[in-house]
Design a binder for this molecule. Structure first.
Ligand code: HXC
Ligand code: NAP
Length: 270
């Protein structure tokens, strides 16, 4: 830990923090000296993530807490937030990153399939942020949503995720307006394809699909967990004290149009 880290003694709650990008963010805050609480559905996955986080916090004497909670159920996530608040005190940073995804055409989704993803991603984000508001440090608290490129780019086989994540990014902008006078900031991170994650296992399960995905990234590689965590640390810190309502990609430029420029090629004599 950097001895001058501003996160020493700060409190961070990560909803959906038991794996992947969200766990990477929780680990980064823990390594920076923060007390960290995570919540997700599976007690087993929460326990595994807590063990990984404790390997970091044990050296620093900081706290780690884990709760089984479903963001679709307002009472469930409210109870986890209340328990974490009881254990740590007010939250300096709240990360809302729980999400679900599967690859299917709209006609291949039942009403329940569509609703399930909207319920986790969009209604879940509302439940997390709405119930966390009362526990945030004011002024200065930072709420961060983990969105996805589908919020901006209509993507076939992702009707549910596109609709849900577009809603998430509109939600955070409204909350930034409503809660700004309380001294709270609300921002959204849009990760590009992040290697080694469940999202990539689902969306790019073959070498061909991976190569296609990488070809859409101007920087020529998938992102890492650290790439996303660095942005979360910035948004959670006072360095971003005048940033709110922002939707920030960390995607190697893939949101710029794939870097492929419509596949145009110069004529041979150019
Ligand atoms: C069509 C499907 C389906 C599929 C599930 N369903 N998979 N429909 N095609 N491949 C339907 C089911 O049939 C059911 O509808 C409904 O969805 C709910 O399914 P359940 O399995 O009962 O739901 P649940 O147990 O709540 O699980 C939710 C889940 C699951 C989203 C389906 O995959 C999950 O728990 N995911 C969490 C982890 C995850 O997805 N991580 C990746 C995030 S990546 P019926 O009508 O049969 O009842 C991401 C962006 C990545 O978000 C961007 C990369 C660039
Ligand atoms: P992941 O490992 O599957 O992370 C999702 C987390 O959410 C898990 O910890 C899961 O744990 C939890 N979760 C799911 N449903 C929940 C619910 N109903 N209530 C509470 N927790 C729930 O996936 P990931 O790929 O790292 O994605 C993490 C975030 O990044 C998501 O918001 C995703 O949309 C976004 N994202 C990912 C990528 C990528 O390249 N992977 C790109 C863009 C955006 P449980 O199963 O225990 O509930």
């Amino acid at each position: 830990m950097n001895p001058t880290s501003e996160f020493q003694g700060k409190n961070v709650f990560v909803a959906g923090g038991s794996s992947g990008i969200n766990l990477g963010i929780a680990k980064a805050f823990a390594a920076a000296g923060a007390n960290v609480a995570i919540a997700s559905r599976s007690q087993e996955r929460v326990d595994g993530a807590v063990a990984e986080l404790k390997a970091i916090s044990a050296k620093l004497g900081t706290q780690v807490h884990g709760y089984s909670a479903d963001v679709r159920n307002a009472e469930s996530i409210a109870a986890a937030l209340a328990q974490a608040h009881g254990a740590m005190g007010d939250f300096d940073v709240l990360v809302s990153g729980a999400a679900g995804n599967f690859v299917a055409p709209a006609l291949g989704m039942s009403a329940n399939g569509f609703r399930t993803v909207v319920d986790i991603d969009l209604n879940g984000s509302f439940n997390v942020m709405r119930n966390a508001h009362q526990y945030m440090v004011r002024p200065g608290g930072s709420l961060i949503s983990i969105s996805a490129p589908q919020a901006m780019n209509p993507t076939m086989l992702q009707a549910h995720v596109c609709a849900a994540k577009a809603g998430v990014d509109m939600l955070i902008r409204v909350l930034a307006m409503e809660w700004g006078p309380d001294g709270l900031r609300v921002n959204s991170i849009i990760p590009g394809p992040i290697d080694g994650t469940e999202g990539i296992r689902r969306l790019a399960p073959t070498p061909e699909a991976r190569a296609m995905m990488i070809s859409s990234v101007p920087l020529g590689r998938m992102g890492t967990l650290d790439d996303v965590a660095e942005l979360a640390l910035f948004l959670g810190s006072s360095k971003s004290k005048y940033v709110t309502g922002a939707i920030i990609p960390v995607d190697g430029g893939s949101s710029l149009g794939g870097g492929r420029n419509l596949g145009l090629a110069l004529p041979a004599n150019a």
